[in-house]
Design a protein around this ligand. Sequence first.
Ligand code: SF4
Length: 369
Amino acid sequence: MQEILKEFHSRPLSIEAAKRVREQAALFYSKFGRQPVLMEVCGSHTMSLTRSGLKQALVDHVQLISGPGCPVCVTDQASIDGMIALANRENTILCTFGDMMRVPGSSGSLLQAKTAGKDIRIVYSPLDSLTVARQHPDKEVVFLGIGFETTIPILALLLQQAEEQNMANFSIWTATKLVEPIIRHLLDSGEVQVDGFLLPGHVSIVLGEENYTFLREAYSKPGVITGFEPVEMAMGIYRLLSMLVSGEAAVGNEYKSVVGKKGNSAARQLMEAYFVPDAEAWRGIGLLPDSGLRIRDEYAEFDAKKKWGVAIPPPRKTKCRCGDIIRGLIAPPACPLYGKACTPMNPIGPCMVSGEGTCAAYYQYIREE
Ligand code: SF4
């Protein structure tokens, strides 16, 4: 295994893979007279591409644009505002992932609320929030459930356990997102020109290769599922370019070690048992129909939004351009706040907060002094 892992980090292999990518990009250019535009849907891919230097190495050959796959970046202000409103209630403990603490809402972050004395706790697994609820039967415990199809099955498991354990003092504030509706939205809007997609590795473990046939059938676009090591990413880009050059709009799988054709049906069944599709708000984009999942009415007692009926004011307009970043319309340097008012130490938007955020990735690895 160690030998296999070493190969993924192998410098000669990465150089060879990048060389093959450049050759395919040259073929694309000679055929279409422009650079190919590929979108990496997943925030972890964005981070891997910039950290490894692959994005920078290919800048004159392939336009790699970031997409909407960072769960923190796409969480809208209303979810943060709602959680802060809940934190202001008496006898309430909020649990959330660490990345969410500094994400700005309309008028502050969870970290600011915690500093002001609210009981807000970071958990490393959603299931830890159930432990907190058991330890504090006299308090209400609410978990902020964000994430894509990678995390949603764990939220379903959380609901299953809460139900089995009759947890009357526990609920989840859901702000979940689905991959297919947002890709469809980007393509339907026509705002951004994308030739092909680097499809997310983790989400695809749950969804499976066949989930993406809509790319070919409805949009005639190719997509390639890929892993996160530089060599895997380079091979994904190479495969995508090869398809574009040969005019093939297929779904490729360069992550076969963990992604099967049909994905994880047990995880999907668990999701379906506890959630139904619903409109979901995306930061900087707005409400998109059936682009997220809400808790089924049978389990309304665990749905924090229904349980507490918190009124959320409409989000305030800000100068943050995360909405444009996650749609692939601009790169971070095009935001006037980037690197000036907005830095990792003083983030104005979630794309600078998250460990998978495009602005954070650029600031850390591409920033020009
Ligand atoms: Fe938002 Fe900051 Fe990124 Fe600008 S640089 S889009 S303000 S996160």
